[in-house]
Design a protein. Structure first.
Length: 432
């Protein structure tokens, strides 16, 4: 590589993080090789299809086709001097992060002759970097650097988040490795937090845990609002304007889901307890979230009595809008609880495929079709199509026009004027 030339980048994992990382670095002018182990995923990408729903990503991949290669071969990815690890780290049965894909990447590294840097973007427990460093050294790969560079992107706005990050965290064992990774982000004009590897790993876990804490906090406030006649939407507005607190992640709802919060929360809890510390607050935050998903069932029962034989429509399946990701989505818990109560479940989502995850639900292609003859609807995901839905027509189609607005997305007065019994989260019934 000559001076001024951008280094080639290798990426392990063609999921949300790997594809966004690869596409964005290609956009920044790097040649990028993305390696995955799934032949169908690589074949799709090679033929120009994107195997997941993420705004702006298809355009970015298309625009940078010339600079992007997709491969099943380890050797192609390790031809790059900087290699990002973006493989999944799902939870194990014990709640610890499953690092088997990370270790496969490390173990499959060939005897690299040139100096290279392995950059960890996957979310891993604190201490992983130390272990990988020791494993590389033991294999005679001391010349392969290791850097922790956790990713903070959100699905649904992943490309924007990558290109306009609040900060980039770089945790390195040596200054030179840290500087090499920091240099990659120079075009982004962001703050780079340079840290030791363990602190970089902890920043990611702590940031996620804090966001979860804010959500569980406002959800508990919402529950108290319901019991006392206050409206959590107003409360959150008034609280969030305090500059010490800020407005973000103060929207009450039916709890978080997705591929990150649930697993990262439990992984941090386990990491603490494996280290001999009982992380009380995080335990409560997680428990509140579990209970919050289930409170919807109690609301339905308050309105409908027994749910046996009742038809309940879930509007939205994805854990949040603008993604087709249903990993750990609240919709899955809700559907499971509804089936257990003997209800018939219908579901609609514009992009998420619920057929496999929800075999007992009837999946409909259109929200009005899903509401036909239903006894209740639960708004699960804030899809814009729901804001634009003809709710008057929806009320006419339903046997019983009851809406549990699990995201406080809609205007209660408008819904009531459309003929609905409206019940949100933490909103005093009848007052708003
Ligand atoms: N999805 C998010 O919003 C997000 C945000 C920040 C951080 N993260 C973290 O980033 C990591 C990746 O998350 P994701 O959502 O992109 O996961 P994902 O499940 O969407 O993708 C992971 C990909 O890695 C591939 N893979 C598995 N083993 C491999 C190997 N040995 N070599 C190459 N590829 C391999 C899988 O086939 C899969 O395509 C996780 O640790 C996650 O916690 C995710």
């Amino acid at each position: 590589m000559s001076a001024g030339e951008k280094p080639k980048i290798g990426v392990f994992g063609a999921g949300w993080v790997g594809l966004v990382t690869g596409a964005c670095f290609a956009e920044l002018g790097h040649e990028v090789v993305v390696r995955d182990v799934l032949p169908e995923r690589i074949a799709a990408l090679e033929s120009g299809r994107v195997p997941l729903h993420e705004p702006e990503l298809p355009e970015l991949l298309e625009r940078n086709r010339e600079r992007l290669t997709f491969t099943l071969e380890v050797d192609d990815a390790v031809s790059a001097p900087i290699m990002f690890v973006c493989v999944g780290t799902p939870p194990t049965y014990s709640g610890d992060a499953d690092l088997s894909a990370v270790w496969t990447v490390v173990d499959q590294l060939p005897e690299l002759e040139e100096r290279a840097i392995l950059v960890m973007k996957s979310t891993v427990p604190v201490g992983t970097g130390e272990k990988v460093r020791a494993a590389l050294d033991a294999r005679g790969l001391a010349h392969v650097g290791y850097v922790s560079n956790p990713e903070f992107l959100s699905e649904g706005s992943a490309v924007r988040d990558f290109m306009h990050p609040d900060r980039v965290v770089v945790g390195a064992f040596t200054e030179a490795d840290g500087a090499a990774v920091t240099a990659l982000y120079e075009p982004l004009e962001t703050t780079v937090v340079q840290a030791d590897v363990a602190s970089a790993e902890m920043i990611k876990l702590a940031a996620n845990a804090f966001l979860m804490t804010r959500i569980s906090f406002i959800n508990e406030i919402a529950n108290v609002c319901e019991a006392t006649g206050a409206d959590v939407v107003k409360v959150a507005e008034g609280v969030g304007l305090d500059h010490r607190l800020g407005p973000h992640f103060l929207r009450a709802g039916i709890g978080w889901g997705g591929s990150c919060f649930p697993k990262d929360g439990v992984a941090l809890k386990q990491l603490a307890s494996n280290s001999g510390y009982h992380f009380q607050l995080l335990n409560a935050v997680i428990e509140v979230n579990e209970l919050q998903k289930r409170r919807v069932i109690q609301k339905l029962q308050r309105h409908l009595g027994s749910l046996r034989g009742k038809t309940v429509t879930l509007l939205g399946l994805a854990f949040k809008p603008n993604t087709d990701d249903i990993r750990e989505a609240p919709s899955l818990v809700l559907a499971g609880r509804l089936v257990a109560e003997g209800a018939e479940v219908r579901a609609w989502d514009p992009v998420a495929d619920g057929a496999v995850a929800l075999p007992r639900a009837k999946i409909c292609a259109d929200p009005l079709e899903a509401l036909e003859g239903a006894d209740a609807a639960v708004l699960v995901t804030e899809w814009h199509q729901l804001a634009e839905l003809d709710w008057r027509e929806a009320a006419k189609r339903m046997r019983n026009p009851l809406l549990i607005d699990g995201r406080n997305m809609l205007d209660p007065a408008e819904l009531r004027a459309s003929g609905f019994t409206y019940d949100g989260i933490g909103r005093a019934a009848g007052l708003v």
